[in-house]
Design a protein around this ligand. Structure first.
Ligand code: OKV
Ligand code: MN
Length: 238
């Protein structure tokens, strides 16, 4: 079937086995009937190293590697540390944080979406820190137990900070959207992160354009299907 699927923000974790089960079902059904699958970040709720022996990771790697279609992965703000080793175990290929695709006659820009939330200065500061290669290398050299402790601490701090942030701060900045689409001359942007599934019409320069936002999998599944007819946002029970 000539269609490409996009998903993001599953936030898989051991505490939510129903979402994992839904994802495995999605892989067996939908994902076998498409040309390629793009995972646009936050597949996992947290990631502290490819050496984490979490059985959930093994389960996901097995299910993904069973697919015959190409699988592409862009890091999210939660699983940004997911590395080449785990990607190889899944049979998926890592992409840079912004990637332009030419699909079915569309110029499609894909990304996780966190870098579009430019009003959230606190988050951008956190991002800059934990994206420093030397700090990542240092973190990954720590014993797993210590990494786990640090991660729990950072997640608690972040949860407290988010309680005092407005909804608008945590959405995309319209100028940032227009700028990045202009830079890539993209007519369609697909991203996740904000958990506000929708297809927005906008103009970039003078040209009509679209921004398709994936939903999180907290209550139901969410995917975007792209084919020759255009872009479709689909919710489904998991
Ligand atoms: C992921 C987020 C925790 C947001 C830590 C260096 C440092 C990496 C890390 C630890 C935390 C990812 C890897 C996690 C995302 C949070 C809290 C807020 C807003 C270091 C490199 F600094 F400690 F050396 N981490 N984990 N947050 O638990 O998956 O996205 S995480
Ligand atoms: Mn996110």
């Amino acid at each position: 079937m000539s269609r490409t699927l996009f998903i993001a923000d599953l936030h898989l974790c051991q505490q939510e086995p129903a979402i994992t089960a839904g994802f495995l079902r999605f892989l067996q059904r939908e994902a076998t009937e498409c040309e390629a699958l793009y995972i646009l970040g936050d597949l996992f709720e947290s990631w502290i190293g490819d050496d984490d022996p979490n059985p959930l990771h093994q389960q996901v790697a097995e299910a993904l590697s069973a697919l015959t279609i190409p699988i592409w992965f862009i890091h999210g703000n939660r699983d940004f540390l997911l590395g080449k080793k785990f990607a190889a175990r899944c049979g998926m290929q890592l992409l840079p944080e912004e990637q332009l695709l030419e699909l079915y006659g569309h110029r499609v820009l894909i990304m996780h979406g966190d870098t579009l939330c430019t009003d959230d200065a606190g988050y951008l500061r956190f991002r800059e820190k934990v994206h420093q290669p030397w700090l990542q290398r240092l973190f990954l050299m720590l014993p797993l137990r210590l990494r786990q402790k640090i991660a729990v601490r950072l997640r608690n701090d972040s949860q407290q900070a988010n309680q005092t942030k407005s909804q608008q701060i945590m959405d995309v900045n319209p100028q940032a959207v227009e700028a990045v689409m202009q830079r890539y001359q993209a007519s369609l942007l697909i991203h996740g992160h904000t958990h506000r599934p929708a297809i927005h019409r906008l103009s970039v320069g003078q040209q009509p354009a679209e921004r398709a936002v994936l939903g999180a999998w907290h209550q139901e599944g969410s995917m975007i299907q792209l084919d020759a007819d255009g872009v479709n946002l689909i919710a489904f029970p998991w």
